[in-house]
Design a protein around this ligand. Structure first.
Ligand SMILES: *Cc1c(COP(=O)(O)O)cnc(C)c1O
Length: 352
């Protein structure tokens, strides 16, 4: 189908009112959004319009049956102010993976990339150039057919919004290993970036925060032993010189930052192993003094260094130094801002 994206520009940009050093997190949105509707078995004409509320019928199926998926990615600028996207085709593919799992229509991958390119080009004055800052992009799709009844919807919307952000964590974070609730089980929707996964995580996450932790560390659904991941991050440990990250087991979200971190570390000569890793093994490594580092990876945070992990009545301390995590963070940020050569061909330049 690929059709030309129809563009309706806003009259006055709000970008000049923003203090780029103090961006209110998650509630600042750019001037425009990309919008495409699905009906009669196909995606209709794509458009970019001024960001605005969308009237939604109370019977819209996403509210009742949860057909809602999303993506998260970032646009950055290099020293010439040229906007760039990080591996956008990977997000396009993962959106469609999620769409298939939730019984939703796939969105054409070339149009996904074109939508981001066009939106970022139009809203480029919103891309922060401060260190670690970026324009966060939120593509998402939901069922907006008005219907009461359990079946796949026949009408959907695919939208991309953009929200400038400063770095989220500037501190080492504390994780709480959850032993009552689970995030995902094999055969469920944990591998998909489905909105409902986060709904299930809210109660345990709020409880962990009330105990003084930043995020939940999820364990497997069968035994609460194998480490899965964290909130919206995948997790890496350095134990006795080897980098270990849980293998994608059907219940873990395949992060694009995770994949990039593995490629980068191997390229730098580190031994990286993807395998089952239990909390007991981490406790034992810590007791022996072999637990050298732990960090989380994800688009929103980049790389977040982990200070300790609460598990049952104990606290697993991790060494205070994170040379590997720090190197990954600085290399990814450097590649994203053109300061480090993009040897992996990850960056996608947006012509303006
Ligand atoms: C989005 C997400 C990640 C990280 O994925 P990236 O592609 O690296 O941003 C990890 N875990 C969960 C549960 C997520 O939703």
């Amino acid at each position: 189908m690929i059709s030309q994206i129809h563009i309706q520009k806003c009259v006055n940009s709000r970008a000049k009112d923003l203090d780029f050093d103090n961006i209110p997190l998650g509630k600042t949105f750019t001037d425009h959004m990309f919008l495409c509707s699905y009906e009669s078995g196909q995606w209709q004409s794509p458009k970019i319009v001024p960001l605005a509320a969308i009237p939604t019928h109370p019977a819209a199926m996403a509210f009742h049956y949860g057909q809602a998926i999303f993506e998260g990615m970032k646009a950055t600028v290099d020293s010439n102010d040229t906007p760039m996207l990080f591996r956008p085709e990977a997000n396009a593919k993962r959106l469609n993976f999620s769409a298939r799992r939730l019984g939703m229509p796939e969105f054409p991958e070339s149009l996904f990339v074109e939508a981001l390119r066009t939106l970022v080009s139009l809203d480029r004055q919103w891309i922060p150039s401060q260190k670690g800052s970026a324009l966060y992009l939120r593509p998402f799709m939901y069922a907006d057919e008005a219907f009461i009844g359990m079946r796949a919807a026949t009408r959907y919307k695919f939208i991309v919004m953009a929200s400038p952000s400063n770095p989220i964590y500037n501190k080492r974070i504390r994780l709480y290993a959850e032993t009552n609730y689970i995030r995902a089980a094999q055969g469920g929707t944990g591998e998909a970036k489905a909105a409902g996964n986060y709904a299930a995580a809210i109660l345990p996450t709020e409880a962990a925060k009330a105990k003084g932790y930043d995020q939940v560390l999820w364990l497997d659904a069968q035994n609460f032993k194998a480490i899965q991941e964290v909130g919206t991050m995948n997790i890496f440990f350095k134990i006795n010189g080897t980098i270990i990250t849980p293998a994608l087991d059907g219940a873990i979200l395949a992060g694009i930052t995770r994949m990039s971190t593995i490629e980068l570390l191997r390229h730098k000569g580190f031994e990286v192993v993807e395998r089952r890793l239990t909390i007991d093994e981490v406790i034992e490594a810590s007791a022996k003094g072999h637990l050298e580092e732990a960090f989380g990876t994800g688009t929103a945070v980049g790389v977040a260094m982990i200070q300790d992990i609460g598990y049952e009545s104990q606290i697993i301390h991790i060494s205070n130094n994170n040379p590997v995590g720090q190197m990954v963070l600085e290399t990814l940020n450097g590649i994203r801002t053109g300061k480090i050569p993009d040897d992996f061909n990850w960056m996608y330049t947006v012509e303006v």
